[in-house]
Design a protein around this ligand. Structure first.
Ligand code: ZN
Length: 182
């Protein structure tokens, strides 16, 4: 749960980061940024801010803005009907993002959020800086974390069905609840 004022402040902050990264985004697109706390009520540490430029049945373009060291929890994009699941490429525009995928444990620059060892199982670290990009195959498990200055990146993919994303952490609810009274 996040409050309405927290949500609005996060949209504004993310919008400013996106503009500072040199990416054109309209005021309307900023107003429509998804602020995702994953039901963990700890946005500063675990969560993500996402601007969606388009999402059709076949292609999707999003900009992700992450606060310094903010972590998007471990997840995968499952198959839906004929679709094998979202295939995506993330390309860093500003700051740094540490991605974690299957493979040998090389975790060095990033960290597992406090007390969450059991729900962050992937420890193979790939650090991406501006112009670096990483490709996720349909169904491939991953998590990521911004570097110390935060991160802005493009995520280009096949159709996104965010509410169907699967997370390792059973405490996660992808659908963020907003307390409209505050
Ligand atoms: Zn993903």
């Amino acid at each position: 749960m996040i409050t309405r004022s927290e949500c609005e402040a996060a949209k504004k902050r993310a919008g400013e980061m996106i503009r500072e990264a040199g990416i054109g985004i309209t005021d309307k697109e900023i107003a429509e940024i998804s602020v995702v706390d994953l039901g963990l009520s700890d946005l500063e540490n675990e969560g993500v801010q996402v601007a969606t430029f388009f999402n059709t049945k076949r292609i999707c373009m999003k900009i992700i803005a992450l606060w310094p060291n903010q972590t998007e929890p471990e997840h995968w994009h499952p198959a839906v009907d004929d679709d094998p699941g979202k295939e995506e490429v993330c390309r860093v525009i500003k700051g740094e993002c540490r991605f974690y995928i299957a493979g040998e444990d090389t975790l060095k620059e990033g960290f597992i959020p406090k007390g969450k060892d059991s729900v962050y199982t992937l420890r193979h670290e790939v650090v991406c800086k501006p112009t670096d990009q990483i490709w996720f195959k349909p169904g491939e498990k991953h998590w990521f974390q911004a570097g110390p200055e935060g991160c802005v990146m493009y995520c280009i993919s096949s159709c996104a069905r965010d509410l169907l994303d699967q997370f390792t952490d059973p405490g996660i609810d992808r659908d963020t609840k907003i307390d409209e009274s505050k």
